[in-house]
Design a protein around this ligand. Structure first.
Ligand code: UD1
Length: 373
């Protein structure tokens, strides 16, 4: 049967996790002769370690356009992406736009497409923390509600969308593309030498990452988290520092103090293979990142989430993840409890059902897009 040769699809990304979670779909779509598939980079992340390194490691083709928006306030950044993207979409005239995740680039991409009546597909739809003070919660809710195709990573995400009145036939539970990419890249990640390079051995260190505004932009919370890791003396601590976190730690005069602690290793942001390697071999992960909570879960490493809530409640329900907020006492107490019961808890994890799909989410997304065509 004759099919129209080109179905013109554009995927808009801009921040570190979006590059990772889109990688398997980009590879599949680029190989498919039925669609013309382009990637537009908003430039939200622009440092080598925040963007280019992931294109390199995941062997992704360069974006056809980089909007080079850079950093700014939320309104400024979102608005600048919209203004610049509007022109590009007007000339490229895509039949569908794909937006992954929940960043300012996601929302800006969805709004511009909606205003030009271009159908939107949202990857990682339906995630909810029910905390509207998080910029990501605003971004994902609004994006979900103007999308024609909503690809959900878990049953819980599907239920969230149905509860909000989104029609069933717009939702497809595909599983999580972050799980796809993790399975594909794990063999390479296992070959990383980062632990040796840092002078560590497996299961003797905590991996720490923080970047959320509620922790980093609040000097009080940032101090409390810094205090917790200073007191984690029974473990080494590896802390890849996000650029915004570094700026804020320097501002409150804590960066150098952390550097002076012999059990803490402050390092630059690292690539995908290295973070997987460090996560897999950590005794425990302490993070406020949504992606890292899931990666720890998939790699059977216990996680402590430095937030009051999480969109990935599946990991909490299965005792793989513990919420502590930025409360020093609670963090230290939870780390000790988790380490004490680590073996029993980890045994339970290995038997967990595949609630994030079967590692083929990206295939299902591509099929759904072709059906939509
Ligand atoms: C963004 C996303 C967040 C995602 C995270 C992954 C939003 C609202 N947030 O947060 O959901 O989990 O990316 O990292 O979209 N900076 C640099 N170099 C860069 C990028 C940023 O120095 O390449 C610094 C700038 O000072 C910037 C700050 O980091 O102001 C914050 O960057 P921004 O893109 O606004 O948000 P993230 O905190 O990275």
């Amino acid at each position: 049967m004759f099919r129209k040769k080109y179905f013109n699809v554009i995927l808009v990304l801009g921040a570190r996790p979006q590059i990772i979670k889109s990688a398997p779909l980009i590879h599949l779509a680029k190989q498919n002769s039925e669609i013309h598939f382009d990637v537009i980079h908003t430039g939200q992340h622009y440092d080598y370690e925040m963007s280019k390194v992931f294109f390199k490691e995941l062997q992704l083709p360069e974006a056809v356009v980089n909007l080079a928006v850079g950093s700014g306030t939320h309104a400024w950044q979102t608005a600048q992406i919209m203004i610049r993207l509007e022109k590009v979409l007007r000339s490229k005239k895509p039949n569908l736009i794909i937006v992954p995740g929940d960043t300012n680039s996601t929302l800006a991409g969805a709004l511009v497409a909606a205003k030009q009546n271009i159908p939107i597909a949202h990857m990682e739809a339906g995630a909810r923390s029910y905390d509207m003070s998080m910029p990501e919660e605003v971004n994902r809710r609004l994006t979900d509600h103007c999308s024609s195709l909503l690809f959900t990573p878990t049953e819980n995400c599907t239920k969230n969308l149905l509860r909000e009145g989104i029609e069933k036939d717009r939702i497809l539970q595909t599983g999580d593309t972050m799980y796809d990419v993790l399975l594909q890249q794990l063999p390479k990640a296992q070959k990383s030498h980062i632990i040796k390079r840092l002078g560590l051995s497996p299961k003797t260190y905590a991996l720490v990452t923080i970047h959320r505004p509620e922790n980093v932009d609040s000097p009080r919370n940032l101090r409390k988290i810094a205090d917790s890791i200073v007191h984690l003396k029974n473990l080494s601590v590896v802390f890849p520092v996000h650029p915004r976190t570094k700026k804020q730690l320097e501002k409150i005069n804590v960066y150098n103090k952390l550097r002076e602690e012999s059990h803490i290793k402050l390092i630059e942001p690292i690539g995908y293979h290295e973070i997987l390697h460090l996560t897999k071999n950590a005794k425990v992960v302490l993070t406020d990142s949504g992606g890292l909570q899931k990666e720890a879960f998939w790699l059977n490493t216990l996680c402590i989430t430095l937030r009051e809530n999480t969109e990935w409640i599946e990991t909490i329900q299965r005792k793989a993840n513990y919420l502590t907020g930025a409360d020093t006492e609670k963090i230290l107490k939870t780390v000790n409890e988790v380490i004490e019961k680590e073996e029993t808890l980890r045994k339970g994890l290995v038997k967990l059902p595949k609630i994030f799909g079967d590692g083929q989410a990206s295939e299902k997304i591509l099929e759904a897009i072709l059906r939509f065509h």
